[in-house]
Design a protein around this ligand. Structure first.
Ligand SMILES: Nc1ncnc2c1ncn2[C@@H]1O[C@H](COP(=O)(O)OP(=O)(O)O)[C@@H](O)[C@H]1O
Ligand SMILES: [Mg+2]
Length: 274
């Protein structure tokens, strides 16, 4: 009896070890009963511009819980996009650590990181970044080429996405044949196709009129509710930020908590200048 049990435990350990090596195990720490899906510690990203060094992100510390809506506001050039790209594993910091679902991104080589990103992270870029020679449908499916998750029923998921984003009659068109709003909806579908655990969105409503901006925001909030994922959004729109659980402000690469709805803290929040 005991050897059998040991064998089972041994097998479970082996599977867990394999999952850790493949970065598939969910190792997210739990703090106060809430799962920490993303944690950055003292992250620094600098760029060389001519003979100057620009510190785009300066010791950023950010902890995001599963299911949370975090907004990041700040003036243009303050480092918001850089931070988002770092958290999404699209760029590497010079210093500091970024941990997603308990895995340190710096421990992954480029292949592992690309796979991890495709499996668990969704990114909506400021300027869509659709591949011009692929149709809308092909663009949406790009992440699944890199990694498809066995627990997702893609046919069904795609149908729901296409319907909710109103893209059914645009699927076989190239990005150049789509309006700006349609291109953005394709980019959103691409970000959601692998049912991410964190959805990053870089000013997703920046180029939209008020009605369309509200639709996109509602869609992202509905997605968060359905997937239970975290939503980390850069926005200039304070009325959108006001709906987030927490708002961070970026100032010359420095990130600070600006508003925490759960704790009712409003440090200088009303009267903000964005
Ligand atoms: N690829 C890059 N090369 C050099 N400098 C960059 C690059 N990307 C961003 N920067 C600089 O980093 C700073 C932050 O930029 P960014 O993160 O795009 O700000 P934001 O999104 O808040 O407008 C700016 O000074 C910008 O010029
Ligand atoms: Mg930006």
């Amino acid at each position: 009896m005991y050897p059998k049990k040991d064998k089972k435990a041994e097998e479970a350990r082996r599977i867990m070890q394999q999952a850790i090596e493949n970065h598939t195990a969910d190792l997210a720490p739990v703090i106060d009963g809430r799962k920490v899906i993303l944690e950055t510690t003292d992250v620094i990203r600098q760029y060389n511009q001519y003979d100057e060094v620009v510190t785009a992100v300066n010791r950023a510390n950010l902890r995001v819980f599963m299911g949370e809506f975090v907004a990041i506001v700040g003036a243009s050039g303050s480092g918001k996009s850089t931070l988002l790209h770092l958290c999404a594993g699209l760029d590497r910091p010079q210093a500091g650590s970024i941990v997603v679902r308990g895995h340190r991104l710096e421990d992954m080589d480029e292949d592992a990181l690309a796979k991890f990103r495709g499996s668990y992270l969704g990114m909506i870029f400021q300027s869509h970044h659709l591949i011009p020679h692929l149709t809308a449908l092909e663009n949406i499916l790009v992440p699944t080429l890199m990694c498809s998750r066995s627990e997702i029923s893609y046919d069904q998921h795609l149908k729901v996405l296409v319907a909710s984003l109103d893209l059914a009659d645009r699927l076989h068109h190239l990005p150049s044949e789509l309006s700006g709003g349609q291109q953005q909806r394709v980019a959103i579908a691409r970000a959601l196709i692998n049912r991410p655990q964190i959805l990053f969105a870089d000013e997703p409503t920046g180029n939209l009129d008020k009605a369309n901006a509200e639709d996109v925001l509602q869609l992202l909030l509905d997605t968060r509710a359905e997937l239970g994922c975290a939503l980390v959004m850069v926005t200039h729109d304070l009325s959108i930020a006001a709906r987030a659980d927490r708002v961070f402000k970026m100032e010359a690469g420095r990130l600070r908590l600006w508003n925490n709805r759960l704790d009712g803290i409003l440090p200088g929040y009303e009267g903000g200048e964005e």
